[in-house]
Design a binder for this molecule. Structure first.
Ligand code: AMP
Ligand code: GLY
Length: 421
């Protein structure tokens, strides 16, 4: 089968690497791809992940049999709908189903209607009303833009003044364009966060090992929010008893709710959970694999990823063979100095082969390969993943490998997994 993967980050590298091991895949393409993906797939840098018509054209020209749509933007733009209309099989939710992620108000209303535990919230379309509502509330409080905002549309405000500033930025300053035309003001939940990614074909949900992400830029969960500085799986916080409770109170009700609302969710449903003192509650849904969670989860898969994607697309996930290794995986992100703020690009990276020689997998997130050398080309540059019998060992091995890699200004957190290992 000829398969096209959409995207060009560390997550897509992990997906491509897993697919390249499938006997079902005879040819692998990736648009746009990156310097590391180019080793396992033919990259098409001209076709960007948001260029839905370009993706459809490429799929037809190349006679692609199956397209894996990984990032949030093309899903929200209806990429899967367009491919299906052309008779091309695809993995990922339709535009209607992707609203689970692309509209926080949509998913909140669904949770409220079907009694799925989450933070209480109010929705505002008028800035003055949002500000006067805040006068009646207490901090900390959470302000969210409705639409996609590159993971930056959430402010956990420590004071009411900070919350007001966030509301003004989103609604008057148009910081996130249309995404901020409507805002949610949400109760602040307290607890540890765990992510559960689930394969879903609309009838069956099959959870992957639970993972934990590290969103803040610096050690000790300090500094600004990022796309994610590292992840590990499985999460020791997600005990079998918690897993059963989440299945009963959150996963199955979410599947039933999506069906009752008349849309079939096919793809990966990302369920972000907060382990609050009163039990697990939903922080957010995403309609795709997480990044960098995927770089810590797929190395644990002991089955054919392509066969799973096909089973999801065909609606026969219930019988698909999905096994997981009885191991732990840790992924440490190597970022450009300054990220998530401004950073330099085009710096040469050395030591990738040395890191791989230690048994780690080096996923490329923002790199460019040229003339046999690899250069930085993004905020998150590489993700170094190691697997081992225990989380402690996986973490140590990931750091040992990461220590072999160098580029000017390179920044990594030193405490990935350390609180739980
Ligand atoms: P999101 O983009 O919805 O994942 O939010 C980003 C981060 O903001 C989450 O991972 C949480 O750490 C935090 N967050 C979002 N909503 C809440 C909430 N209601 N209470 C506390 N923290 C939250
Ligand atoms: N790591 C968070 C996300 O993928 O949204």
């Amino acid at each position: 089968m000829k398969v096209l993967v959409i995207g060009g980050g560390g997550r897509e590298h992990a997906v491509c690497l897993a697919l390249s091991k499938s006997e079902r895949v005879t040819e692998l393409l990736c648009a746009p791809g990156n310097g590391g993906i180019a080793r396992v797939a033919r990259c098409i840098p001209e076709v960007k992940a948001t260029d839905v018509e370009g993706i459809v054209r490429l799929s037809k020209e190349e006679h692609v049999d199956f397209v894996v749509v990984t990032p949030d933007d093309p899903l929200a733009l209806g990429c899967v709908d367009r491919l299906e209309a052309e008779g091309i099989r695809a993995f990922g939710p339709t535009q209607a189903a992707a609203r689970m992620e692309s509209s926080k108000i949509f998913s909140k209303e669904l949770m409220r209607k079907y009694h799925i535990p989450t933070a209480k919230c109010e929705v505002f379309t008028d800035c003055a009303q949002a500000l006067s509502y805040l006068d009646t509330q207490e901090a900390p409080i959470v302000v969210k833009a409705d639409g996609l905002a590159l993971g930056k549309g959430v402010v956990v405000a420590q004071t009411i003044d900070e919350a007001k500033e966030a509301v003004r930025d989103m609604m008057q300053g148009h910081k996130f364009g249309e995404s901020g035309a409507r805002v949610l003001i949400e109760e602040c939940m307290f607890g540890r966060e765990v992510t559960v990614l689930c394969f879903c074909d609309g009838k069956t949900l099959r959870p992957m090992p639970a993972s934990q992400d590290h969103k803040r830029a610096f050690d000790g969960d300090l500094g600004p929010n990022t796309g994610g500085m590292g992840a590990f799986a499985p999460s020791p916080l997600y005990t079998p008893a918690i897993a059963q409770r989440v299945e009963r109170e959150i996963l199955q009700p979410t599947l039933a709710a999506m069906n009752a609302e008349g849309f079939t969710f096919k793809g990966v449903l990302y369920v972000g959970l907060m382990m609050t003192p009163t039990g697990p509650r939903v922080v957010e849904y995403n309609a795709r694999f997480g990044d960098p969670e995927t770089q810590a989860i797929l190395p644990l898969l002991d089955a054919d990823l392509m066969a799973i994607f096909e089973a999801v697309e065909a609606g026969r996930l219930k019988d698909a063979e999905i096994r997981w290794k009885n191991e732990s995986a840790a992924c440490v992100v190597l970022a450009s100095g300054g990220y998530p703020g401004a950073y330099a690009s085009g710096l040469e990276i050395t030591g990738i082969e040395d890191a791989a020689a230690l048994g780690a997998t080096v996923y490329h997130a923002g790199t460019r390969a040229q003339g046999g050398r690899v250069y930085t080309a993004g905020g998150r540059v590489l993700g170094v993943t190691a697997t081992a019998r225990t989380l402690r060992e996986a973490v140590d091995r990931a750091y040992a490998a990461a220590g072999r890699i160098h580029f000017d200004g390179m920044h990594m957190r030193r405490d990935i997994g350390s609180r739980d290992a």
